[in-house]
Write a protein that binds this ligand. Sequence first.
Ligand SMILES: Nc1ncnc2c1ncn2[C@@H]1O[C@H](COP(=O)(O)OP(=O)(O)OP(=O)(O)O)[C@@H](O)[C@H]1O
Ligand SMILES: [Mg+2]
Length: 438
Amino acid sequence: MKILDQEPDAGSAISYAGLLEKIEIMRSTLRWASRLERADIEKLLRQAGILRDEVMQLSYKERFVRAASSEAAPAQQSPGQRKQALLARSFVFEGVFGDNPKLLDALEVAEKAAPTDLPVLIDGESGTGKELMAKVIHANGARADKPYISVNCGAIPDNLLESELFGHKRGAFTGAANDRKGKFESAHRGTIFLDEIGELPLQGQVKLLRVLQSHEIQRVGSDEAISVDTRIVAATNKNLRQLIQQGTFREDLFYRLSVIHVTLPALRERRDEIPLLLAFYGDEAAEALKRRPVRMTPRLRDFLLNYAYPGNIRELRNILYRLSCLAGDIADIVHLPEDIRPKAALATAAMAEGITLAKLPASLSEAKRAASDEAERAFLERGLREVNGTVAELARRCEMNRSHLQVLLKKHGLHSKDFRNRGNAQDTMPADGAGMQQ
Ligand SMILES: Nc1ncnc2c1ncn2[C@@H]1O[C@H](COP(=O)(O)OP(=O)(O)OP(=O)(O)O)[C@@H](O)[C@H]1O
Ligand SMILES: [Mg+2]
């Protein structure tokens, strides 16, 4: 067996984590044992004795815990005080902001979990910041300067999964021309983030369970066991307990992964943060699009403060990028994605712009089509200005087929040459290209 160098115990947090993990392993052995022989009972007793001795050695930490508990408990502090306390403890936020109590709960759990090697399971609806939280945990731990490797379990075809996670030996299968490291080995001494863990096929779950138990992997096509020291953080927007009921997720893996369980609240459960997020992402979008921050009509602002945001923070961010891109100086309801636009407010907006009821489209679908056309035209005009009338470049940025774009330009009577040398052709899309997603 190949053993990679083990680092010396990195201090109290690690040994504390080690203890917790041993207790977890013991609990899981007991949970899954259908019956125990006397010999097994003796073995568990011996392990319990060792654990008790190790706990006795933590006496100085007990003093620390007592000292810490003499401070006001987080529940008695105001959100502002809790945030300040995190800052004072040099907590790395990695761009997470807000001081909603539920978010602070999650951050405080992350703070405690970070210096340990315990597996963490993060769940929450899509766009609530699970990936960001995984980075927070990595950044606040002892592994911060070691690799952080992210794997989307839902995006790897079943037949490549094992090789992707654990690597392969040359000739292990057709196309395996060389030995190759997998993600676990790449994350050695660091953190592996297993995103969309609920999508992992059952066969992959068995293999992952084995890594969690033995801290060893085997490359596909090799018998050699390789020790890996990798901290596991997993995330899902699925209800894993439900998947367990349906038989598509292993219960033992769930308990192994969720030693620490962090649930991120949906944005509608922390509405108090919406004004802050609107301001932040409004500024961020303006900077990315190299323009002044867009101003909002009161009715648009009112809508954004009360909207349900099923896509959570990602949806809010994308809306802000969209508004910044489509609107001129002032954004209104009409600049919202069509499927979330409030119909009544749209009619009011049209009237406020001087369109009389007589001039309003005859039917709702006609009104929607007109508004959609208007937004499309504004988008194309702005896009053409930003790329100096270069249609190929605009097609690339919008990830659109060039000939389809030409058809749209023709539909709106727009001529690319009218936009040459008029604007700034700098890169105006947000860095992650997500600005136009809906
Ligand atoms: N508390 C927060 N403060 C600021 N920005 C946040 C916060 N939480 C999330 N975000 C931002 O929201 C967007 C979505 O976050 P992230 O990708 O981490 O979500 P997710 O839960 O992993 O989503 P999905 O389930 O769709 O993969 C990112 O742009 C992220 O920077
Ligand atoms: Mg994610």
